[in-house]
Design a binder for this molecule. Structure first.
Ligand code: ZN
Length: 162
């Protein structure tokens, strides 16, 4: 029986080799944010369609290491179709998992959404092992930080005239 680490490695490699939601969206109406991780040279661009408080579509382009590419792909799957509030809650939970300082002791992350329901990280748990390699944490969080910029951009505008 393969160990959990093997399973996690397979999930990461699968997202790296077959990135989900790869591509761009037309801006505007979509929102666009770019991130760069100078420690590793990772680049990511996140395109978001946000309609009525919901992330209706997300596309990713970029280049970088396997961790940054896999994390971006997994992020796109995790937030697509979710409300902006849910997307932010998942982001907080993921970054909590990636924070060695806050979760040094037991490595557990409990984040709840606005209704108090616990956030399930699912496949994102596969990236938990990255915490052991401090220099790679920014590779894993790059796409999520960039998503946050995009969500801020998408929600700071006045509602369009209809
Ligand atoms: Zn990297």
């Amino acid at each position: 029986m393969p160990g959990l680490e093997d399973l996690y490695r397979e999930i990461i490699l699968d997202h790296y080799r077959n990135p989900r939601n790869n591509g761009t969206l037309e801006v505007p109406p979509a929102h666009h944010a770019e991130g760069f991780n100078p420690l590793c040279g990772d680049e990511v661009a996140v395109y978001l369609d946000v309609d009525d408080g919901r992330v209706t579509d997300v596309k990713i382009t970029g280049q970088g290491c396997s961790i940054s590419k896999a994390s971006a792909s997994m992020m796109s799957v995790a937030v697509k179709g979710k409300s902006v509030a849910e997307a932010r809650a998942i982001t907080r939970a993921f970054k909590g998992m990636m924070s060695i300082h806050e979760n040094e002791l037991d490595g557990t992350t409990t984040e709840t959404d606005d209704d108090g329901a616990e956030i399930k990280l699912g496949d994102l748990e596969a990236l938990r092992g990255v915490v052991k390699f401090a220099s790679r944490i920014k590779c894993a969080t790059l796409a999520w930080n960039t998503l946050g910029i995009g969500l801020d951009d998408a929600t700071s505008e006045a509602a369009p005239q209809r």
